[in-house]
Design a binder for this molecule. Structure first.
Ligand code: PEP
Length: 238
């Protein structure tokens, strides 16, 4: 099965840097047998859509509101993103949950409205370190997934919070076990996220239940992002 590699730029790359990066990405000759997505911050979305037009690289937002329009200061809607040519969106990233109070209920509302509007969605789930230490990983995953329904345009990203931006990565076995659990609960592709780098991508992506990766830090440099995409292409052939 073709693997999906999504680069989450977080709050990095304004228009100028995004333009340079997208130009490099176009020229990088990424393998054809891997699906590639970038998730720029809102101000760089239109530029990324234009710069990557005619390529197979999809542009996703990092969040999206459930209403089409309204008095929701600081939010953007699915029709606004679609008007820009944006293909999909992340929802429920742990940084949204941790710093901006996103609850499972808000995440579920965002996911279903975005899918209904025709956007593709990568919905993020994952336990904190304290939850894993307390043996609550499966309970947390079940709770986070409870309000979601399988959909052809929905992908889940398993991102253990203790592995995001920390340099600590789940072992391939830990990731595989969590992915299998998620797939029992929701029949959708599951990406792994949490300090994926060129050095660990091959063994993580070789796991049968790992359908791709959501990459933060290592997606900001072309060399590391392209290396992860190449590892995904190789893993898909094994
Ligand atoms: C992320 O932002 O989704 C992520 C996984 O970040 P990092 O790869 O830097 O851990």
């Amino acid at each position: 099965m073709t693997k999906l590699i999504a680069g989450n730029w977080k709050m990095f790359k304004g228009q100028r840097e995004a333009a340079v990066f997208c130009r490099e990405l176009r020229d990088a000759e990424l393998p054809a047998d891997v699906d590639v997505v970038v998730c720029p911050p809102f101000p760089s979305l239109a530029l990324a859509v234009q710069a990557l037009a005619g390529t197979e690289i999809g542009v996703f937002a990092q969040n999206c509101h459930w209403a089409a329009e309204g008095a929701f200061t600081g939010e953007v809607s699915a029709p606004m993103l679609q008007e820009l040519g944006v293909y999909g969106t992340l929802v429920g990233h742990s940084e949204r949950r941790q710093w901006f109070g996103e609850t499972d209920d808000l995440v579920a509302r965002r996911v279903s409205a975005c899918l209904e509007a025709g956007l593709h969605v990568i919905a993020c789930v994952g336990e904190t370190e304290a939850e894993r230490d307390a043996g609550e990983t499966h309970t947390v995953l079940r709770r986070q997934l409870a309000a979601l329904e399988a959909d052809d345009n929905l992908v889940v990203a398993y991102e253990p919070v203790w592995a995001i931006g920390t340099g600590r990565t789940a072992t391939p076995e830990t990731a595989e076990e969590a992915h299998e659990r998620i797939k029992e609960l929701l029949d959708v592709p599951v990406l792994y996220g949490g300090s994926v780098k060129p050095e660990n991508a091959a063994e993580l992506l070789a796991q049968p239940a790992v359908d791709g990766a959501l990459v933060g830090g290592a997606s900001l440099e072309l060399a590391s992002f392209a290396a992860i995409c190449r590892a995904a292409a190789v893993a898909a052939t094994v």
